[in-house]
Design a binder for this molecule. Structure first.
Ligand code: ADP
Length: 334
């Protein structure tokens, strides 16, 4: 099981839910998004209207779902959760939209993966709070307009650029989530440690944070793995050494690279001699969809200076070779 993905086990999921910040004040980091979102919500409360539609973009695990939940709770509105891939056709979306209550917040994860007809239905729903239900086929088909109660759409996507402009333009506010700093991750971990009733030294927090891939979800998962390790080893206080030993055992490396990150880096260096290699070729080499490599693995690798994106393709850097413990070939870029 990947440390990056949300846990499948009910206990893990329950813990993840418990660790979610409940309001904007508890939400760590992302100062700009937090401030702007707070303004949007305050203003709509003062006007007595539903909040503008909100688009959140950024890699997985950075807090998009959490923010959608916060929008609902700050607006004291119910929340409905669905996702682009879960909505097979426009009819599925119509069913969701027509059952919304006034002021409800609809969270659509992976909104860039909605089908075309569903996306077009969403335009009208977002703008006019209306959908056209098409009845019949061919020449006899008629569109029956259906009024919707005003609602707030919170859309999430790994990258805002994946959305067609007409959809992007219908959001009143777009927030881009960045990877978290070391300090911010330590703060996330401190909150979670209190909830898990763990004693962790400052150096222990620092060790876990530095391997968390800039991602709160991963920080929390690593903390739970370290907790398991400490329990089995009868270690009451988690210090840097304990945290390091535990994380080594789970094969989280010093930079926090996960299985996919390492696979991409290894393929780039060993199969393609450091590139340049095209995204789709690289994706095939690691057995993943191009989109997953581009949206999930690459942003962190690029931020860490471990991968370069050039017009001719992906290239290794001096740091990539070093990280894998390999000698860069003569004339390698970077
Ligand atoms: P996304 O929807 O972007 O994939 P989530 O909102 O599901 O990410 O966040 C994953 C987990 O990370 C949550 O359960 C929450 O505990 C934690 N988390 C995310 N962002 C923050 C934050 N800013 N502060 C504290 N915890 C956070």
């Amino acid at each position: 099981e990947s440390l990056t993905s949300a846990g499948q086990e009910p206990e893990e999921r329950a813990l993840e839910a418990a660790m979610r910040p409940k309001n904007l004040d508890e939400f760590v980091g992302q100062p700009r998004v937090r401030q702007q979102l707070s303004l949007v919500l305050e203003a709509s409360k003062l006007r007595g209207r539903v909040a503008d539609h909100v688009l959140l973009s950024g890699p997985p695990g950075l807090g998009k779902t959490t923010l959608a939940m916060i929008v609902a709770s700050e607006m004291q509105a119910p929340l409905r959760i669905s996702s682009g891939p879960a909505i097979q056709n426009a009819g599925d979306l119509a069913a969701i939209l027509s059952s919304l209550t006034e002021g409800e917040v609809l969270f659509l994860d992976e909104i860039h993966r909605l089908s075309r007809p569903a996306e077009e239905m969403l335009y009208l729903a977002m703008e006019d709070f209306r959908v056209d239900i098409v009845v019949g086929k061919g020449a006899g088909a008629t569109a029956i307009p259906l009024e919707l109660p005003p609602f707030t759409l919170v859309g999430a996507t790994t990258r805002a650029g994946l959305l067609p402009a007409p959809l992007r333009d219908r959001f009143g506010f777009t927030g881009h989530l960045e990877f978290y700093s070391q300090d911010e991750l330590e703060l996330v971990l401190r909150r979670s440690a209190v909830m898990l009733d763990l004693t962790v030294t400052q150096a222990g927090f620092a060790q876990i944070a530095s391997r968390s891939r800039g991602t709160p979800r991963i920080a929390n998962r690593l903390l739970r793995r370290v907790r398991d390790w400490a329990l089995v080893h009868g270690q009451h206080t988690i210090d840097a050494k304990a945290a390091g030993a535990a994380l080594d055992m789970y094969e989280v490396d010093a930079k926090g690279l996960d299985r996919l990150d390492r696979a991409v880096l290894t393929a780039l260096c060993q199969k393609f001699g450091g590139g340049p290699v095209g995204l789709s070729t690289l994706a095939i080499a690691v057995g993943e969809e191009a989109e997953t490599v581009e949206e999930v693995a690459e942003p962190f690798l690029v931020r860490e200076g471990l991968l370069g994106r050039t017009p001719r393709g992906r290239v290794a850097t001096a740091a990539s070779w070093r990280h894998l413990g390999l000698a860069a070939p003569d004339g390698a870029p970077g």
